[in-house]
Design a protein around this ligand. Structure first.
Ligand code: MN
Length: 455
């Protein structure tokens, strides 16, 4: 026994770790003798271990110690979902009961808690293959563990899923989109959310692992590493969330300009530097899958109820409440705050992946802006020899900034008048500075088309 636990003991300093030393382990153990344990019943434990990365440790009683595997993605619930199981050192039997905080600096530092325990019937316990039928609180059914290479094994569920209708988590989904429109007349039939000005992203959470997927299946995970911390909050749950990655300004309003500083960074080190000064926040507004159940066929109101039960609130992620009816009041409130607008979502409508649906309406606050004509560009084609477009700007804190070109909405006479009066009051030429709004438009187009870096 001492030999079987030598690796366990060598890794630990029992003066500093609360883990058991294994002195009580004896060769007799429980259950069957070492040479033939097929068909007998022994104990098992699964510990949830918040070490550097959240994982689960499966330990099977065997010949007086606990044969152990670390499972980064937990125990699969479906035969189509084989999961990695990394063979680790044998642990002493006392570990069946162990829960506690392994202090920083020690081997396996972090909180260890019992996630499941019970007994298992061993059908096979070979060098590279184990077949076991578990009777635990959570884990029940027949599983195979088999070695693929060195310490890497896979765990496979041999039985059908325990819950009928359990479906594996989809790997990608196209988000549902909203149409632009006015506030709906049937106010009570809609839920209203603030329209967040950021980057749309679905978040796939599986046993603490997080993957962020953009509208065109772009993988944003490494771009916003601070959002990975959301994963462990869901523990062993599996969920697909829908939401918006935003950067908040000092007033807590989403600032697309700030987010731009994060959008096109190429290297991990550049990302790490910007995480500190411009952290991203994930604003969650929908739930598309939960623990084996796709939820997109449920109505919006029902999906929101399930989402809110998850209580996803953290330093960098939140689930802002929505409002049933009273769309006008919310729209006015967003206007007062200087936020883009609201999204109205029909309470009884399912989620329609990839569709720009009538069930979701984005209602924008209309802005009225006085502009100054700063110049024009000559027309082409039919408008050759006449004014093509007017270049307009507006005053921002006493500075004239460029707003863009206006090519319609004026007659030739108005244009000529505007240009000649602009000439009359001409000051020394000064190029209009590019505005964030113009840059934002280009950045958005680049993101939507997955074009990468903004020029
Ligand atoms: Mn562990």
């Amino acid at each position: 026994m001492a030999a079987k636990l030598s690796s366990y003991r060598a890794k630990r300093d029992f003066a500093s770790t609360p883990e058991p030393g294994g002195e009580a382990s004896t060769g007799s153990g429980y259950g069957a003798p070492a040479d033939d344990s097929a068909g007998c019943t022994e104990r098992f434990v699964v510990q949830q271990h918040h070490a550097r990365r959240l994982h689960w440790d499966l330990r099977l009683e065997r010949d007086g110690t606990l044969a152990s595997w670390a499972l980064p993605r937990g125990i699969p619930a479906h035969p189509d979902e084989n999961r990695l199981a990394v063979r680790t050192e044998d642990h002493p039997l006392e570990y069946l009961e162990f829960e506690g905080e392994i202090s920083a600096g020690e081997y396996g530092a972090g909180l260890m808690s019992i996630w499941d325990r019970g007994t298992y019937r061993c059908e096979k316990f070979g060098d590279g293959e184990v077949i076991a039928v578990f009777s635990g609180e959570r884990v029940r059914g027949r599983y195979a563990l088999f070695q693929t290479r060195d310490d890497d094994w896979l765990i496979h569920r041999m039985d059908p899923p325990e819950e009928p209708g359990y479906e594996p988590m989809p790997e990608r989904i196209k988000p549902m989109l909203a149409r632009t429109g006015a506030l709906p007349k049937e106010d009570d039939a809609y839920g209203y959310e603030v329209k967040w000005d950021g980057i749309r992203a679905l978040c796939f959470c599986d046993h603490g692992h997080v993957a962020l997927q953009g509208r065109n299946f772009t993988d944003f995970t490494s771009r916003y590493p601070e959002l990975r911390e959301l994963g462990p909050q869901l523990g062993a749950q599996r969920a697909i969330l829908d939401g918006e990655v935003v950067a908040l300004d000092e007033h807590g309003r989403p600032s697309f300009e700030r987010l731009q500083a994060r959008m096109h960074l190429e290297s991990d080190s550049a990302v790490r530097r910007r995480v500190r000064d411009t952290p991203a926040t994930y604003v969650i507004f929908d739930l598309l899958y939960l623990n084996g159940r796709p939820t997109h066929s449920l109505g919006y109101g029902e999906r929101r109820r399930l989402l809110e039960r998850l209580g996803l609130e953290g330093p960098l992620w939140r689930t802002p409440p929505y409002r049933r009816g009273e769309g006008r009041a919310l729209l006015d409130a967003t206007a007062a705050l200087g936020v883009e607008g609201v999204v109205a979502k029909r309470l009884d409508c399912p989620y329609e992946p990839g569709r720009r649906s009538h069930a979701w309406i984005k209602v924008k606050n209309v802005c009225v802006q006085d502009v100054v004509v700063g110049g024009f560009s000559p027309g082409a084609g039919k408008r050759r020899g006449r004014v093509g477009a007017l270049a307009v700007g507006y005053f921002d804190c006493g500075r004239l900034v460029y707003a863009g070109k206006v090519g319609t909405g004026f007659t030739e006479r108005t244009a000529v008048h505007a240009v000649s009066s602009a000439r009359a009051s001409a000051q020394p030429p000064e190029p209009l500075p590019r505005t964030p709004a113009a840059a934002r438009h280009r950045a958005r187009r680049a993101e939507a088309g997955g074009l990468g870096r903004v020029p």
